[in-house]
Design a protein around this ligand. Structure first.
Ligand code: MG
Length: 195
């Protein structure tokens, strides 16, 4: 049962290519390079009343490139960096599966790997999120599709990650150079973006 009265709005952020440069299967702090402006962008989102939730496909776990423990360690390091910059991240969800390339228990046609909406739906339930008031920022078509499938009202593309395809740009509700450009647009034009 969803309690409408205490619903929160959230910004759902993909990780690789949105928060940090996507160098491919990033699993160590030394390879985790924050994209400039990310901390400032998150502060703007919080200022606008959003909670910040990270949703990330981590098929590197399924493929055996790194373990869930490795992911957890890097995740804690990342959260510490956010904290040092006075940014509170509400939660992080990750999908460790892959339907084809997964090994052992990780070979799974799950409902959490984007473009499936599982991680967003789980966050919605655990944190009582109003998806109609929420926003997603991703760098790939699968991010945008996951957001739309889950029922997130506005799904934006940022161009700091994967090469942007026409299909991806068409499906997104807007494209921005980076996360800071997005948060600045929302801050400057809350009516246009309905925030
Ligand atoms: Mg990405």
């Amino acid at each position: 049962m969803i309690n409408k009265t205490h619903q929160q709005k959230a910004v759902f952020l993909d990780r690789d290519g949105v928060i940090n440069y996507d160098l491919g299967y990033v699993s160590q702090a030394q390879d985790f390079q924050f994209i400039p402006g990310v901390f400032e962008a998150c502060k703007q989102f919080i200022q606008l009343g959003y909670q910040i939730i990270i949703i990330t496909n981590q098929s590197g776990i399924a493929r055996g490139y790194y373990s869930e423990t490795d992911f957890a360690q890097l995740n804690q390091w990342m959260l510490n960096q956010f904290e040092k910059h006075d940014v509170s991240i509400k939660d992080v969800y990750y999908c460790p599966h892959h339907p084809i390339h997964g090994q052992g228990k990780y070979k799974l046609d799950c409902d959490c790997r984007k473009p499936q909406p599982g991680m967003i739906k789980q966050a919605q339930q655990e944190h009582n999120i109003d998806l109609q008031q929420s926003v997603l920022a991703g760098d790939k078509l699968s991010d945008i599709q996951a957001g739309k499938c889950a029922g997130i009202a506005t799904n934006f593309l940022v161009k700091t990650g994967k090469v942007v395809t026409d299909e991806c740009a068409d499906q997104a509700d807007g494209s921005f150079a980076d996360l800071l450009s997005l948060s600045t647009a929302l801050s400057n034009s809350p009516v246009i973006y309905n925030v």
